[in-house]
Write a protein that binds this ligand. Sequence first.
Ligand SMILES: NC(=O)c1ccc[n+]([C@@H]2O[C@H](COP(=O)([O-])OP(=O)(O)OC[C@H]3O[C@@H](n4cnc5c(N)ncnc54)[C@H](OP(=O)(O)O)[C@@H]3O)[C@@H](O)[C@H]2O)c1
Length: 285
Amino acid sequence: MSQDRIAFIGAGNMATSLIGGLLATGRTPDSITAADPDPAQLTRVGELGIMTTQDNAKAVADAAVVVLAVKPQVVRTVVADLADRLNAAQLLLSIAAGVPVGAITRWAGAPLGVVRCMPNTPALFGAGMAAMFANEYVTPQQRAYATGIAEAVGDVVWVDTEAEIDAVTAVSGSGPAYFFYLMEAMIAAGIDLGLDPETARRLTLQTARGAALMAIQSDATPAQLRRNVTSPGGTTEAALNIFESNGLAATIRDALVAAARRSQELAVELGSPQPAATTRRKKME
Ligand SMILES: NC(=O)c1ccc[n+]([C@@H]2O[C@H](COP(=O)([O-])OP(=O)(O)OC[C@H]3O[C@@H](n4cnc5c(N)ncnc54)[C@H](OP(=O)(O)O)[C@@H]3O)[C@@H](O)[C@H]2O)c1
């Protein structure tokens, strides 16, 4: 078996982005295979020069790493169908949101090395933030492999417990939407203050980019950076005082707690012995 082959099961947005990142960081196209039932997806991803197939079993045949890049509800069927094709030397790297590692090994029917990765949408632009959790069967070499794959589209952290993935989902998984929400609100406020929509949009987005760059590249914490730009009696302080008196920090905390709780619920639903759709139907009865 080649030690170096990667098979993607599901050739949608996330897989295409990961494959693009891997090729851009030096991996050869002939070491990557993508499988998907949709010929249009295969044509699209095939333009990157990689091998494609509609047959998942064929794709995993000599792969060192099998990336599960299908929708969460499909993981169960995909893994169960591949169960007798997978071997103990292969790493399963799942990027499916909410699907627990234990469910994947149960569906595979064997103690396989599984890494659960929680990426986020900016990975589609090479600026992702992913967190990964490995089960006890994953070797150090496979960890390094998984890190390399996720790093092709952004930054990566490892967590020690799977429960932390719920917190990760609340912070970075759902996080892009919180910043989009803030951007929406700032653009709307700028328009209310008399700016034309395009000017309000440009001011807001470039400010978000600049603030993110400063926070990433500076040694100072976000709290210190905020204090540095907040003069006593000034305009920034006037705005931040409103955030404080309206309890914005507490609202953000409540929001992330709700996201983490929903992540736990989804993991139970997606990892249940029954298909997720059945579980949902039963709950409604
Ligand atoms: N996009 C994100 O920003 C993001 C962020 C975090 C996590 N994720 C996770 O990444 C995973 C993929 O997301 P995505 O946005 O890339 O989804 P996507 O664009 O819908 O891609 C999934 C692909 O899998 C294909 N597929 C369906 N059934 C299959 C099967 N049995 N075997 C092989 N392929 C099959 C789908 O084909 P059809 O279209 O024909 O069904 C589709 O092309 C999801 O589990 C999601 O939770 C995504």
